[in-house]
Ligand binder design. Structure first.
Ligand SMILES: [Cu+2]
Length: 470
């Protein structure tokens, strides 16, 4: 199958989106000295397409996991039981936690075992998530369903007049693309495109729902959007003339709402939107062609979800013009700049053995090695990390532990929706992106954090490195 396989769903051909959007259950934990969240990882069977069963993985269910919600200042315990036949690892993407609780590839949960990280929530209100991070099997486990949202609220976010009734006017949207085999199972790694460019599906799932619609129930709705796809980049926009109204990025709200006609969202990235009740006709959130300048661009137009007016009721409150103060680190305060060059010179699949890893997917000429610490960052330091993309594909670069600010992309300011806190940033071919972050609170010479491409096929093929905070 060729790269850039056409999606069968075009907005015209598909017509109305037929299936009500599934909403993941909300998990708020059991009260106590530490709020306890029970997460059971297991294999299951899901139905996405008519008359076909799909073997899947899920957390407290057959596919995906519950939406975890916690408050800044809470101490929480996540009791993760692995009921699968094989190992996994569950990473808290976007959370600022001690490295031994981060859920990276070193924190393997063997079959039948329980892993019980416990930590304080020490960050701003944000739309984080969790997903499998098992070495070299992240792509397959996330594809099969090991992912969920992790919402953090704080006093500041709760005081703002923003929709916050989960499942009513505060709606999660986990966008994923999938391909199916004739027997109903997910098709994965069946062609070179999967391994090189990354997985591209031809069926869009939102919270595991094919062709979804949502009936809006309040005058204003907040959409918390995660690109939970392995590799596909979306160009989000509305099918009417209106702009997207964006209030949040990966790791915080924005300082103020911004309007954008189109917004590019890479794997692992999140945004929060506000949508007012459409007056008469439904509005469809679409994906439009990504500007063509690289081989991974997709030129397709297809619907993500149709938003139907429940009752024609206009919001009676203006959108708040001031949201929060986003933390900022002056580049002059940075103690050093580190450079990370993304390589995939021969597009080999998987890391090759040996110390130099010539030609494999890697960073700074080296593929991921669990036994090698690539960077040592002093505790409390503010650093600029410069990501340089020498490949012909766009890569979403993700750093564990921190919430960062994007300083610039090829010396130009980041896009308006990228000006909140972030942990994942798109780096285009030939481009240099500079980010700044503070490595606070958690020093541990023995447990590394990861930084990697969040194209999961690239990550699994070695485009990942390890740093310790000391
Ligand atoms: Cu990549």
């Amino acid at each position: 199958m060729a790269v850039g396989t056409a999606l069968p769903l075009s907005p015209i051909a598909a017509g109305r989106q037929t299936n009500p959007l599934k909403i993941p259950k909300l998990l708020e934990g059991a009260a106590g000295a530490s709020r306890i969240y029970e997460l059971h990882v297991a294999a299951g069977i899901s139905t996405f397409l008519p008359d076909l069963s799909t073997p899947t993985l899920g957390i407290n269910g057959a596919y995906l996991g519950p939406t975890i919600r916690a408050r800044a200042g809470d101490r929480i315990t996540l009791r993760v039981k692995n009921n699968m036949a094989g190992p996994t690892a569950i990473h808290w993407h976007g959370l600022h936690v001690p490295a031994r609780y981060d859920g990276g590839p070193h924190q393997v949960i063997e079959a039948g075992k329980v892993w019980e990280p416990s930590f304080d929530i020490k960050q701003k209100a944000s739309l984080c998530w969790y997903h499998s991070h098992l070495l070299e099997q992240t792509g397959e486990q996330v594809l099969r369903g090991l992912a969920g949202l992790f919402l953090i609220e704080d006093d500041e976010s709760l005081a703002l007049p923003l929709p916050s009734d989960y499942g009513i006017d505060d709606i999660p949207l986990i966008i994923q693309d999938r391909r199916f085999n004739p027997d109903g199972s997910f098709e994965y790694m069946s062609n070179m495109g999967d391994a090189e460019v990354g997985y591209q599906g031809n069926v869009i799932l939102v919270n595991g729902t094919v062709a979804p619609h949502l009936e809006l129930r309040r005058p204003r709705t907040r959409l918390r959007i995660l690109n939970g796809s392995n590799a596909r980049i979306y160009m989000l926009g509305r099918d009417d003339a209106a702009d997207l109204l964006i209030i949040g990025s990966d790791g915080s709200l924005l300082e103020r709402p911004v309007h954008m006609h189109r917004l590019r969202l890479g794997p692992g990235e999140r945004i929060e939107l506000l949508v007012d009740m459409p007056r008469e006709r439904p509005v469809t959130l679409m994906s439009y062609p990504v500007v063509a300048n690289a081989v991974d661009d997709n030129n397709e137009t297809f619907p993500i979800i149709e938003l139907r007016p429940g009752k024609p009721e206009a919001p009676d409150m203006p959108v708040p013009q001031q949201l929060i103060r986003v933390p900022y680190w002056n580049p002059a305060r940075a103690s050093r700049t580190r450079t990370f060059t993304l390589d995939m010179s021969t597009m080999q699949i998987g890391p090759t053995p040996g110390p130099t890893m010539d030609g494999a997917m890697g960073i700074n000429g080296r593929s991921m090695d669990m036994n090698r610490i690539d960077e040592r960052v002093p505790l409390g330091s503010v650093e600029i990390w410069e990501i340089h993309n020498r490949t012909t594909l766009t890569h979403p670069f993700h750093i564990h532990d921190v919430q960062l600010r994007v300083l610039d992309r090829d010396r130009a300011p980041p896009q308006p929706h990228e000006q909140g806190l972030k942990d994942t940033v798109l780096v285009d071919p030939g481009s240099r992106v500079r980010v700044i972050a503070e490595f606070a609170d958690f020093a541990d010479p023995d447990h590394p954090y990861m930084y990697h491409c969040h194209n999961l096929e690239h990550e699994d093929a070695g485009m990942m490195g390890q740093f310790v905070v000391i």
